[in-house]
Write a protein that binds this ligand. Structure first.
Ligand code: PEP
Ligand code: MN
Length: 344
């Protein structure tokens, strides 16, 4: 339910509405606008009468949110969510590019590739230290040692770092290092993990599950939002289809569909969605043309010898070429890449 207050409603009237929401065991999510306050009442409120809230002093209108997800919906928050990440904004006109290897493999590897992606135009550095591998015998990541290397790479380049968190038990240790938590496709419906991430205030790159519908994705993101962590970026990373020519199928449709349904920024990962470096640039450009608010790409200095996802990793040269082309596509759709001078 959304309770829209009169433009002149007093703080006492707003507080009284919040108290009434909480009396019904719902949680309140006020948005204090310049002119008007809107209060979201979230929870199982189907039995609560709309009329009861309409009768409270200062209330202009009460609307039920028809979608099964609430805080993520455009009905709740009409304007695009725009938020700050070290040195740039996401969700606005500017398009950030996040790049780096699939896995942190060694100190030398990450420091070298961090510098290379920065020079080629990246705004943030990615690198996994806990890897969700299909086989338990495959490389599982360097763990906290890898985070120390990522932190050193941030210090040397100024790029904020994006790292996947796989378990609730990793959160408090990782929070000290990372700028953005990546929530991986395989954990999209790990509701305990989602709730625990929702308790933090670390921004989240939230990946679509490989067999998740757009609605399931939005409902899962609601677990994070309802904990009060509002800086969530949704990431299309390809879904499983009958097609086997590529690792996954990029659901390009998901980009404009998500932009219609939600106010959250939408990021495309063409590396995992194609699984092949030969197709990454083409699909990245298609994503930006379709309205993506950012791109996350795997880049490695020696793809054939990468420990994970080498086949889909771009070389720094191919990445630099892709960035130039994305810039032109962004401008064609009235967007622009994060300006060089704003880069950390
Ligand atoms: C990754 O980013 O390396 C990764 C494992 O991604 P996903 O969760 O989308 O498979
Ligand atoms: Mn990967």
């Amino acid at each position: 339910m959304m309770i829209i207050m009169h433009p002149g409603a007093s703080r006492e009237q707003i507080d009284a509405v919040i108290a009434e929401i909480e009396r019904h065991k719902l949680t309140s999510h006020p948005i204090f606008g310049v002119e008007q306050t809107i209060i979201g009442a979230v929870g199982d409120g189907h039995y609560v009468l709309k009329e009861e809230f309409e009768a409270l002093p200062g209330v202009l209108e009460v609307q039920r949110i028809s979608k099964p997800y609430k805080l993520a919906s455009r009905q709740f928050h009409e304007q695009d969510s725009v938020f700050q990440l070290d040195g740039f904004t996401v969700g606005g006109t500017e398009i950030p590019i996040i790049a780096g290897p699939c896995s942190v493999e060694s100190r030398e590897q990450i420091l070298e590739i961090a510098q290379a992606v920065k020079e080629a135009g990246a705004n943030a550095l990615r690198g996994g230290v806990f890897k969700p591998r299909t086989s338990p015998y495959a490389f599982q990541g360097l763990g906290e040692e890898g985070l120390e290397y990522m932190a050193e790479a941030r210090e040397k380049t100024g790029l904020p770092i994006v790292v996947e968190v796989m378990a609730v038990s990793q959160i408090s240790m990782m929070e000290k290092y990372v700028d953005v938590f990546q929530l991986g496709a395989r954990n999209m419906q790990n509701f305990n993990l989602l709730r625990a991430i929702g308790e933090t205030r670390t921004p989240v790159l939230f990946k679509r599950g490989m067999s998740a519908t757009i609605e399931e994705m939005l409902m899962a993101s609601e677990y994070i939002l309802s904990g009060g962590n509002t800086r969530v970026m949704l990431c299309e990373r390809g879904i499983r289809t009958f097609e086997t020519a590529t690792r996954n199928t990029t659901d390009i449709n998901a980009i404009p569909v998500l932009k219609k349904l939600t106010h959250l920024p939408v990021i495309l990962d063409p590396s995992h969605s194609t699984g092949d470096s030969a197709f990454v640039s083409a699909v990245a450009k298609a994503g930006v043309a379709a309205g993506a608010d950012g791109v996350i790409v795997e880049v490695h200095q020696d793809p054939p010898h990468a420990i994970s996802d080498g086949k889909q990793s771009l070389t720094p040269e191919a990445f630099a070429k892709m960035v130039k082309q994305i810039k032109a596509v962004a401008e064609a759709v009235d967007r622009r890449l994060v300006a060089q001078h704003e880069r950390a």
